[in-house]
Design a protein around this ligand. Structure first.
Ligand SMILES: [Zn+2]
Length: 209
């Protein structure tokens, strides 16, 4: 387990190097993504929860419907009793991919959750998929992105899953927020967030997929 910042923990899972994050406040904690639907992945995520003292889990955010991000959600929800959160257009895909998975809440764009001493803002960031959801830890300026941005390889998208025009709009929207660090779904965090976002925007120019 890695500590990225005060109250922000991360484990890396499986051969796709998925990052699973846990953000803890004095009034509960939130998982951002949940890894794969395998026992090994589940054990790693559970041990992170154990290490920080099993705080009450207020939400498990599923950044998007791809299996390496959504696969472990149901088991983690069963274990912690926490509801699953997703973006509006990925809710059906997540529930379809893994029968028995129920998205309990679809946050509005800009909706906030106070964990006691820290605030999470849910931001709709469609592009990689139509319902991709990011979260900003407001006080520290840390953005959790799933595959909206990643650092192991350049942004990619299957045009049957998302849209480059939406990706551009999401990147422009995210520039309005005060972001100091990006921690993606795959790869190490980015410290120069503003530069990274503008280079991501630049890389979409002239691309339709
Ligand atoms: Zn993905």
């Amino acid at each position: 387990m890695e500590t990225l910042a005060p109250n922000v923990y991360k484990v890396v899972i499986g051969d796709k190097f998925n990052n699973v994050h846990l953000i803890t406040g004095s009034d509960g904690a939130v998982f951002f993504d949940s890894g794969h639907d395998t026992q090994e992945s589940h054990d790693v995520v559970t041990s992170m929860w154990d290490t920080v003292g099993r705080p009450l889990i207020r939400a498990i955010v599923v950044s998007h419907w791809h299996e390496d991000h959504s696969g472990g959600a149901r088991k983690l929800s069963d274990l912690t009793g926490a509801p699953l959160f997703s973006g509006p257009r990925d809710k059906p895909g997540i529930e379809y991919k893994l029968p028995g998975t129920i998205i309990g809440h679809v946050p509005l764009d800009g909706e906030r959750l106070n964990l006691g001493g820290l605030t999470l803002i849910f931001i709709h960031t469609p592009g990689h998929t139509h319902g991709s959801l990011s979260v900003l830890y407001e006080e520290e300026g840390i953005l959790f992105t799933g595959d909206f941005m990643r650092t192991t390889k350049p942004f990619s998208m299957d045009p049957t899953h998302g849209a480059m025009s939406a990706q551009r709009e999401s990147l422009k929207k995210i520039q309005q927020y005060d972001i100091r660090m990006i921690t993606p779904g795959h790869g190490p965090p980015v410290d120069d967030a503003k530069l990274f976002i503008s280079s991501e925007l630049q890389s979409t120019v002239g691309r339709n997929w």
